[in-house]
Design a protein. Structure first.
Length: 112
């Protein structure tokens, strides 16, 4: 993992952690929702994280891209799977997703 993406993921974790401390009555139920939605079931956690990663690109959320990419990689997503997920985002999001797909690819290279 390159230093830039180590710092980026650490900053995301710090901001989210601060929000959890500032608004626990909202963030605790949100955390439970995330755990339930991303748990192994009919779809694997890896598939769900790749879906969230692809959606993050389509909605142009840079921190979400890095967050869900990191999670997908932790669940065993391959470089090829990540690139296919980027392709789906481009299909669904058009031109802006091409730009954010490039950012996602750079993040992949930085996190591998």
């Amino acid at each position: 993992m390159t230093t830039v993406y180590k710092e980026h993921t650490a900053a995301i974790d710090k901001r989210v952690g601060a929000l959890f401390k500032a608004a626990p009555s909202v963030m605790t139920p949100y955390s439970q929702l995330v755990k339930a939605a991303s748990a192994e079931a009919v779809l694997s956690s890896k598939s769900k994280e790749l879906m969230a990663f692809s959606i993050s690109i389509a909605i142009r959320c840079e921190d979400c891209i890095v967050f869900h990419l990191r999670a997908a990689l932790k669940h065993g997503a391959s470089r090829e799977e990540v690139i296919e997920a980027i392709s789906v985002a481009v299909e669904m999001g058009g031109g802006p997703s091409v730009v954010y797909g490039g950012r996602a690819l750079a993040a992949l290279e930085g996190l591998l």
